[in-house]
Design a protein around this ligand. Structure first.
Ligand code: AMP
Length: 424
């Protein structure tokens, strides 16, 4: 027997019994983004590796350890995208989207790739959804983006989550804070993990977000960024909170949120759950006012977020939320005898023309086997077509739930199935 080839580690297949759930959440995200008047943007799944090295930052896990980097046949170095913001910004700049003169409100969804240690809720290929709002520094836009994330959770019916917000300051307040962190963590050098030790000088904020238990304990008493904000950052943060209150978005303040990537400033936020164990982040985002300029574009401020569909779906399953009806055919054709196939197919295509879902299994021929299959498929109706029906130019329609059966001609059948109650 030939050797089996298995799926790469850290990836998974979305099988038919799950795919309708995926469709449900991806559609729900699209719907909510459109209600807020965000437009979809689709970028390639690989980009020049430089894009991520320059934007995400070289002293981050994503760039240091997790990028799927490869060279093509001409030696160009690419990376499978580890996140969605840098590609959207690259596209925004390259296509001069700022020329419209309007704020750009963009959303995306698709696979991302990180070479991390796989575990429950953490994959090497995972699916993110996200938005980017480019062209305003007004705190209202922070609140609008956060409200969109919150509306999405509410639309899905989720309850077990918490929205946490923070301000991580700007290039003026951040260095003072970094200095105080260096001083504080410097006192514990002997106890810090090797990653933290390495980052202490270059990126001390990252120490607040280390998962190592010891480092975490030390971080608990570290200075808070909120004591270091300058007047502008402080008053912007106050306004974000005020707008969120006006929009009825519940939140808590968590001064420990720093976000993993280099390009963030001012507002940072996360949606966290206590139900999914270690991988507790459902969504994260923040403001990035310098990234567009840093990548060679105009000097425009921006804010966005990204969330993972996997954890969202896990949480929905845990909370026993609905993903809409499982797909099932409205009509299952039960065709008795080869002779009747042309007549059955004519009816089948008439129904499909009217957007009625019809299933027909050419491999089965007995009445019993086909009725059993109709049942298993959860079909609403079995449409029985035998020689007698064909000769009389009729069909027998059996309602699988009620058990009732009627003999109808083609016109009657179409009318019957077009009534909204009966045609799922
Ligand atoms: P990040 O881009 O790291 O801020 O992540 C944003 C969101 O994407 C997280 O809150 C998770 O929901 C999701 N996410 C990030 N990395 C992974 C991963 N390796 N596997 C599954 N979901 C992930």
């Amino acid at each position: 027997m030939a050797d089996k080839i298995s799926i790469p580690r850290g990836t998974y297949d979305i099988l038919p019994d799950m795919s309708y759930k995926w469709q449900y959440v991806t559609r729900a995200f699209r719907d909510i983004a459109q209600i807020f008047d965000f437009r979809e943007i689709v970028t390639p799944i690989f980009e020049n590796a430089d894009l991520f090295e320059r934007s995400v930052g070289e002293v981050t896990d994503i760039v240091e350890k997790e990028m799927y980097k490869f060279s093509d046949k001409k030696g160009r170095v690419f990376a499978l995208r580890p996140e969605g913001t840098a590609p959207v910004v690259r596209s925004f700049i390259e296509n001069s989207l700022h020329k419209s003169g309007n704020i750009a409100k963009l959303f995306y969804s698709g696979p991302m790739f990180r070479y991390d240690r796989p575990q429950k809720g953490r994959y090497r290929q995972f699916y993110q959804y996200g938005v980017e709002l480019i062209g305003s520094d007004h705190p209202y836009t922070d609140a609008e983006v956060i409200a969109l994330a919150d509306s999405f959770m509410k639309k899905l019916g989720l309850k077990g989550y918490r929205l946490e917000i923070n301000s991580i300051g700007c290039s003026k307040c951040s260095p003072r804070y970094d200095e105080s962190l260096k001083k504080y963590f410097g006192l514990y050098k002997a106890e810090l993990c090797p990653d933290c030790l390495r980052r202490l000088d270059k990126n001390p904020k990252r120490l607040l977000d280390c998962k190592n238990n010891n480092c975490r304990k030390i971080a608990e008493n570290a200075p808070s960024i909120l004591d270091f904000l300058d007047n502008e950052c402080r008053s912007a943060f106050e306004m974000v909170k005020e707008y969120l209150n006006l929009m009825n978005v519940e939140f808590v303040i968590n001064p420990r949120i720093i976000r993993g990537l280099d390009y963030y400033n001012k507002t940072a936020f996360e949606i966290i759950t206590d139900s999914l164990g270690a991988q507790n982040a459902i969504l994260g985002g923040g403001r990035y006012n310098t990234l567009i300029k840093d990548l060679g574009g105009p000097d425009l401020p921006a804010i966005g977020f990204a969330g993972g569909f996997e954890r969202l779906i896990s949480l929905m399953q845990l909370e026993k939320l609905s993903f809409g009806p499982e797909p099932a055919p409205a009509v299952y054709l039960v065709v008795l005898g080869e002779n009747t196939i042309p007549y059955a197919l004519e009816i089948c295509y008439n129904l499909r023309d009217k957007e009625i879902t019809v299933e027909f299994d050419i491999e089965k021929n007995s009445l019993k086997a086909q009725m059993k299959a109709a049942n298993r498929a959860n079909a609403h109706y079995a449409l029985i077509i035998g020689e007698e029906e064909m000769d009389k130019k009729k069909v027998t329609l059996k309602n699988m739930t009620a058990g009732t059966q009627e003999s109808l001609n083609k016109e009657e059948l179409l009318l019957r199935l077009n009534s909204p109650i009966d045609n799922r």
